[in-house]
Design a protein around this ligand. Structure first.
Ligand SMILES: Cc1ncc(COP(=O)(O)O)c(C=O)c1O
Length: 394
């Protein structure tokens, strides 16, 4: 922010919107590099052998991937569909740098994954059986479910784990069955993967520690039975500050937990965040095309819709909206901020304190570099947002 105006990578946001047209994603690529280096360095400083990958489903913008290859080449790829395998390879990653962890993998998916030669983590007993049948003798990882996961609210339940069964991961009780399937098909298990976190910050670390402790126990069981586990992939789920009062995740404490529980196992330790690496690098800009009071409620209508800014609608995420020419301008009242998709619930915010705003003003959604542009849909045949990405900061 400068003089009350929003700046991105040192450029005036409103001017960028005028120059490039809205809706527009603006990426500050340096932020991605900073986050990747911070993660790697935190792990190295505890003596771990780190592997850092980007969850491609969070962000696949070619300019960002080009930046990663050129400036932060140690970042590998976490992919979850054959299309993402092709995308990663097409943007410069070698098969050896790509880890596949997906779900409900079909026979056709498997053919494409196998022929690409990327490493595959398998998340269900029946999927292990399917892989064994299709590719006996293959080396695979297993995605386990430690039954607990750290979240933003610290509840210990996430989309991936909790009281009710979830889609993902082989539980500790299922481990003997998994090993029986692997032996039957001559599969080698070389990786234990767990992704159970969701946006956790430092107050989620005690739950994270219990998660890692349980996963380490499963690794020890496997190693004790002679399986050559060479990597423990700890998934993503690391959060970034999103609200007033949020503090950045304490990476030193996070890495220390990994080192305590996984260090003695003589394995490479992988992390594959989406949010942590790319959430903060992206801002979406939209023009105000409607300001109208309707039954006492001021509606602020934007030229952007949920088709290009969909994270809030899929995940219920926090959305931080500001007026670019007056980021800290005093709120006039509580508004409804609506999108340009022809549906009644294409609403970005309700009862949202917002300053006086005019048609033609530019509004920014802050910290939307993950799970937004990458989830763009063709609903109503609205076009994708434009993109401008900066490698440098002014
Ligand atoms: C297997 C796997 N790894 C990594 C991620 C990235 O998650 P996040 O963006 O929360 O770091 C996901 C997201 O769901 C995932 O399913």
């Amino acid at each position: 922010m400068r003089d009350g105006r929003l700046y991105i990578a040192g450029r005036d946001a409103e001017s960028l919107a005028r120059e490039h047209a809205t809706p527009l994603y603006v990426y500050d690529l340096s932020r991605v590099g900073e986050q990747a280096v911070a993660l790697r360095d935190a792990m190295v400083s505890t003596g771990l052998e780190p592997v850092v990958r980007l969850a491609l489903k969070a962000q696949r913008e070619p300019a960002l991937l080009e930046f990663l290859r050129a400036e932060v080449p140690f970042v590998g790829m976490d992919v979850c569909s054959p299309g993402e395998v092709d995308w990663a390879i097409g943007h410069g990653w070698g098969a050896g740098e790509i880890s596949y962890t997906g779900t409900n993998v079909s026979g056709r998916d498997l053919e494409r994954i196998t022929s690409a030669g990327v490493h595959l983590n398998v998340d269900l007993l029946t999927q292990l059986e399917r892989v064994g049948q299709a590719a006996p003798g293959r080396t695979v990882g297993i995605r386990v479910n430690p039954g607990i996961g750290a979240s933003r609210d610290g509840a210990g339940e996430t989309l991936y784990t909790g009281e009710r069964p979830t889609k993902f991961g082989i539980s500790a009780e299922q481990l003997p069955d998994a090993l029986e399937i692997a032996r039957r098909w001559d599969l080698t298990i070389d990786t234990v993967h767990f992704h159970v976190g969701d946006g956790y910050l430092s107050d989620g670390l005690p739950v994270f520690e219990e998660t890692v402790r349980r996963a380490a126990e499963m690794v020890r069981t496997l190693q004790g039975a002679g399986w050559p586990i060479r990597e423990v992939n700890t998934g993503g789920g690391l959060g970034v500050p999103q609200q007033a009062g949020d503090r950045p995740l304490d990476l030193g404490a996070w890495a220390a937990i990994l080192a305590t529980h996984l260090g003695p196992l003589d394995v490479a330790v992988a992390t594959e965040p989406g949010d942590f690496l790319v959430k903060e690098c992206g801002v979406a800009l939209a023009e105000v095309v409607t300001v109208e009071v309707r039954s006492g409620v001021r509606f602020v209508g934007l030229d952007i819709g949920w088709n290009v800014l969909g994270e809030r609608f899929v995940y219920g995420s926090i959305l931080d909206l500001v007026m670019c020419r007056g980021v800290e301008a005093a709120a006039l009242d509580d508004v409804t901020i609506s999108g340009n998709i022809n549906e009644g619930d294409d609403l970005f915010a309700r009862d949202y304190p917002f300053p006086e705003v005019r048609e033609g003003d530019i509004v920014a959604a802050i910290g939307v570099g993950s799970y937004n542009a990458s989830m763009t849909s063709v609903h109503c045949l609205r076009e994708p947002a434009g993109v401008v990405a900066f490698k440098d900061r002014r």
